[in-house]
Ligand binder design. Sequence first.
Ligand code: ATP
Ligand code: MG
Length: 561
Amino acid sequence: MSEPIKPLAADFIRTIITDDLASGKHDQIVTRFPPEPNGYLHIGHAKSICLNFGIAGEFTPARCHLRFDDTNPSKEETEYVEAIKEDVRWLGFDWGEHLYFASDYFEQIYEYAEHLIKNGLAYVCDLSAEEIRASRGTLTEPGRNSPYRERPSSESIDLFRRMRAGEFPDGARVLRARIDMASGNLNLRDPVLYRIMHRGHHRTGAQWCIYPMYDFTHPISDALEGVTHSLCTLEFADHRPLYDWIIVNLPLPCQPRQIEFARLNLGYTVVSKRKLLQLVNEGYVGGWDDPRMPTLSGIRRRGYPPAAIRSFCDRIGVAKKESLVDVSLLEHYVREELNESAVRVMGVLKPLKVVITNYPAGRSEELTAQNHPQKPEMGSRLLPFAREIYIERDDFMEEPPKKFFRLAPGREVRLRYAYFIKCDEVIKDATGEISELRCSYDPATLGGNAPDGRKVKGTIHWVAADRALKAEVRLYDRLFTEENPEKAAAGGGDFKDFVNPHSLVILPDCRLEPSLAAARPGQHFQFERQGYFCLDGQDSRPEGPVFNRSATLRDTWAKLR
Ligand code: ATP
Ligand code: MG
């Protein structure tokens, strides 16, 4: 990534907030992040989290609430609530005492509904969902009034109370706002405010059999919490007139303002809970936290540091226009962060055994290696060296092309932090596969230089054979082969047809330096010359650790495009 990083100008939302403070409209800013607990958070949500919590951090004394929009009992689960909290915390944000659930407001929302009925602004409608849809009209034609629209409010109140009491089956009746069936905005054509659902709720249990719709719940929840700026994605722009209608027509404690911004779309992945769920349910990935997933749990398991996600969100900023963000930008911040913080270690992914014939059998020594050559403050560690070591299979070629500067018959290379070795003999098995190299070392080259001044062109990594940690390493690539799988599938295809079959490559028999036996999930390592890796917290066993590749050292896709 060579693209220069532009400094951030204040975006249009921060400009509005600054003006609202300057004019005295507000003296304290309150925002909220309102996930629906029906799936795991993804990188798109991270944009919203960074925006809402970011603003709270910038405009002191401001605050940001975490509010679960749990109005649909059929799809929501406590498991998701806990996972979402963990993800928000992991991203580095804190809601303090301000954790809320829309379901905590069910009683108040119900009372506001009665208020609308009593003021002639809502009515119980006996049409079926099908009939309501059919009478809604289109963008060019007005809708038709429901035959129940003029029903006296006393009758609606009675029916609404009986709906609550459980007298009617699912779908028998709904409560609708009484606005305008001829409105140019379909959302204002007497939208449904409440529906009957005889279904237990993850928090309110069997207490309710009618549930408020999202569009009714959201402005009320915002107002009850004193939210000043209700930030949401562009698809809600058409709902804003309804949001405002509710705010104006109810005796609410304050009048929040809804502002929309463009959602994040990211290349080579999908950011829609519904689509991610299909990938999980249909076995394209191992789960919501599969390291290839754009979920925050997947990204965390992959080894992306939260600071990289925050920098990425800062950099993309917020705007009114939808776009597809280049995934290389996210990977750029991941590499930048990991380059700073990852401890350098040695890991051989495709091992080839090397016997150093002039190194005494039974002897071993401990050599000093830097944890981060550019950062001496990160210290050093000891690496065992012995007669038998492993090197990377790709670092040897029997018939090397011109520019190959690594090991070859008769050639000498430097072993990182150790000695020069020279390849004297190539041993092959019955099938003709190279099974071992016989080399000799020069004891005078410890430290990386020869006293006689002779040079070697290559330095390779290695691990001592008998002390090496055996591990599985998983290499990940982009989940899709198309930058925009949804677009590629438009016109009859399926976005899942574009899942990258090589997005996971498992290397079962890697050999890592012994210090990695102490690795913990969440620690970042650079396997020198290979990339950034972390321990997989899910599948690792003491006898069989698994490491995930978080990122390659360089953008390997840039040169392919
Ligand atoms: P999905 O489209 O994946 O189902 P959603 O919008 O239904 O997501 P919610 O739980 O309702 O998911 O979203 C919580 C908040 O996150 C909302 O304010 C929503 O606008 C915001 N959000 C969701 N997806 C994105 C995205 N791609 N970019 C920015 N913000 C997003
Ligand atoms: Mg939603």
